[in-house]
Design a protein around this ligand. Structure first.
Ligand SMILES: NC(=O)c1ccc[n+]([C@@H]2O[C@H](COP(=O)([O-])OP(=O)(O)OC[C@H]3O[C@@H](n4cnc5c(N)ncnc54)[C@H](O)[C@@H]3O)[C@@H](O)[C@H]2O)c1
Length: 344
């Protein structure tokens, strides 16, 4: 017997809103029944381009909720206003799948988590970059071959991005925008949580971005792990992958991942007598095929949670820890101090 289709309102019909409309329409268990944007013409043109007629299109979220009674809301507005979509939706009584970063301050984030608790409705943040078969393989290879706990984890992200949209106005654009993806993956890969951070962010002389385009950060994580991150949005040539380049060092060896292809482990074998350096054996695992990519994977995770009541990846009580890493790094960059990261 086929399961009832879950009906969604998409709020925010900008660049990524259109991707979400397509993703929801493409998934056999979901459909778009409303599009809301403070720019009603953007909502209208997104509906037309997706060939959706007869759905609710407008600029008022509550009116849309009252008219359509959706099964869930997808929030694809900009970070500074996510709370203005998420809290009223939860209070109205509908679960929310929201874009990253959860928001731009811990105060707003705590209010969003509290709204989820009060309403008893799920609020999941879509960290789409977790949904990658090679990332799952990297995580698995670390556990199988390098061993836990990790002692060292490093991520490098270098892409020259001539970006438009709201990102231009973000003061700490690398840390709050792409940083959130990378910090979230560090938590996922290592299984550890942030303790403290020291970070500097800056603009090289040629930067075409107003906000801080480049950063270096050292996170202390639980189990004495050090996670180091360096990256830039204004680095031309020798780009890394969008997933970053990773190195994870555990008690038994090292796993590297270029963010694109199969991760590779090198496991230490005992040094030959009289030599100082270990021998190594290379091991691979292959991508974990059942992991669906990016937004489709994230939507499937959310729908599974709605249907089963299980807690999905990115549930707000968990995702606020990812946001705390980004906001801690920003606070450190602004104050020049090492900042403890409070998860309370
Ligand atoms: N997961 C990813 O890989 C990924 C990629 C791109 C963007 N994003 C995230 O998606 C979100 C949107 O990004 P974008 O690139 O589409 O931005 P965008 O600026 O292109 O679109 C945002 C839209 O939201 C609308 N909007 C603003 N305030 C609103 C409100 N209060 N109510 C209703 N609509 C409102 C704007 O009019 C605009 O149409 C951001 O949080 C961004 O970080 C994630």
């Amino acid at each position: 017997m086929s399961r009832p289709t879950l009906r969604a309102i998409v709020v925010g019909a900008g660049g990524l809103g259109r991707v979400w409309i397509e993703t929801i329409q493409d998934f056999e268990e979901t459909e778009v029944v409303g599009i809301v944007d403070v720019r009603p013409e953007a909502a209208e043109s997104a509906a037309q381009d997706a060939e959706l007629s007869g759905i609710h299109v407008g600029d008022n979220l509550i009116e849309a909720l009252d008219e359509v009674h959706p099964d869930f809301v997808v929030d694809v507005t900009i970070p500074s206003v996510h709370h203005e979509v998420v809290i009223p939706s939860l209070e109205w009584g509908v679960p929310v799948l929201g874009e990253k970063p959860m928001t731009d301050s811990l105060e707003k984030a705590r209010a969003m988590v509290a709204a989820s608790e009060r309403s008893g409705k799920l609020y999941m943040v879509s960290q789409s970059r977790r949904f990658d078969p090679n990332l799952f393989a990297f995580r698995e290879l670390i556990r199988r071959d390098a061993g836990l706990p990790l002692g060292i984890l490093n991520a490098d992200f270098y892409i020259g991005h001539h970006m438009e949209t709201f990102r231009h106005g973000l003061e700490h654009v690398l840390l709050l925008d792409m940083g959130v993806h990378i910090f979230d993956k560090a938590r996922f890969i290592s299984g550890e949580e942030p303790v403290a951070v020291y970070c500097e962010d800056f603009n090289p002389s040629w930067s075409w971005l107003q906000g801080m385009s480049s950063a270096s950060a050292i996170f202390e994580m639980t189990s004495n792990l050090r996670f180091t991150f360096s990256g830039s949005w204004v680095s031309e040539g020798h780009h890394t992958s969008w997933q970053s380049e990773w190195r994870a060092v555990g008690p038994d060896g090292t796993v590297t991942w270029d963010g694109l292809t199969e991760p590779v482990a090198e496991i230490a074998l005992a040094p030959e007598p009289g030599t100082r350096l270990s021998q190594f054996e290379s091991r691979t695992l292959g991508a974990i095929p059942e992991v669906e990519q990016q937004f489709a994977g994230s939507l499937r995770e959310f729908v599974r949670a709605l249907r089963t009541g299980e807690t999905p990846m990115g549930e707000c009580h968990d995702n606020i820890k990812t946001l705390a890493m980004a906001l801690g790094a920003i606070q450190s960059a602004e104050t020049g101090q090492r900042v403890p990261i409070s998860l309370e």
